[in-house]
Design a protein around this ligand. Structure first.
Ligand code: ADP
Ligand code: MG
Length: 243
């Protein structure tokens, strides 16, 4: 499915509600990456182009349509941390690579968890490497939906250099969340790194706030990583957990 125009609010709610209801019906609390990214698209959050393949043949066809280099990822309700399960293979350059990676990912998933239900394999555009940022949301028992922003890797894990705001947030709040990071100079252009498109990040933060405010059944949301470019930004992995 391609989205050329920004969907209307009503279409947003319909599609998002449909995905959430389907997960509930299946007794799933974690949305699949393709589901989480479909919701992101509807809320104007940019993500890597993707298609869900159910066979090697489909995988090769989607890869050709999206364009190389390609990334393949396992889609399974039983596998949350995909790379841990050997479920992410990046930088595939042709259809032979894609078919081999497809086989390997299914094999690894079965090895990781013999009875894992496999929904398919996500074929996606490979986002060029850049400064990685993280946008999160968590439903705090006291304050409700709360939005988080930080830089990827050691900045979040080791240095805990992250900022939180209670949702809903304004674009002014979003700008503060970005500019008050200790690591902000890295986003503002540093040595060989060009400045990141701050407006694109502000827009992702505001849209994430709108997404979780509209959907109070979302307990946790994780856009990790987001590649921050000099022009625009792109979400590479998205996870949504329901209450
Ligand atoms: P998980 O967090 O479930 O292990 P991710 O989807 O985050 O899986 O993939 C692991 C890593 O692989 C990412 O952090 C990123 O570095 C890389 N990666 C995944 N998808 C892409 C993509 N479409 N383009 C570029 N790099 C990617
Ligand atoms: Mg990830």
């Amino acid at each position: 499915m391609t989205y050329i125009n920004t969907p209307t609010e009503e279409q947003n709610l319909n599609q998002t509600a449909k995905i959430i209801n389907q997960a509930k019906k299946e007794g799933r609390k974690t949305l699949l990456e393709n589901e989480a990214k479909t919701i992101c698209i509807e809320y104007g959050i940019p993500v890597t182009t993707f298609n869900l393949a159910k066979s090697q043949k489909e995988a090769a066809a989607y890869a050709a349509k999206i364009g190389y280099p390609i990334v393949l990822k396992i889609v399974s309700p039983d596998i949350i941390h995909k790379s841990e399960a050997g479920g992410v293979i990046v930088n595939l350059k042709n259809s032979t690579d894609v078919v081999n990676a497809y086989k390997k990912i299914i094999e690894s998933a079965k090895k990781y968890k013999a009875d894992a239900k496999i929904t398919g394999v996500l074929i996606q555009e490979m986002a060029p490497q850049s400064t990685e940022v993280i946008v999160g949301a968590i439903k705090d028992p006291q304050f409700g939906q709360t939005i988080m922003f930080g830089l990827g890797g050691i900045f979040v894990e080791l240095l805990k250099d992250v900022n939180f705001r209670i949702a809903p947030i304004t674009s002014e709040d979003a700008k503060e969340m970005i500019k008050q990071l200790k690591a902000y100079p890295l986003l503002n252009g540093y040595r060989n790194t060009p400045p990141a498109d701050i407006d694109a990040l502000v827009s992702i933060l505001c849209n994430t706030s709108r997404l979780v405010m509209d959907n109070p059944e979302i307990k946790e949301l994780d856009l990790n990583p987001i590649m921050a470019y000099p022009k625009g930004a792109k979400t590479v992995d998205a996870r949504i957990i329901l209450e």
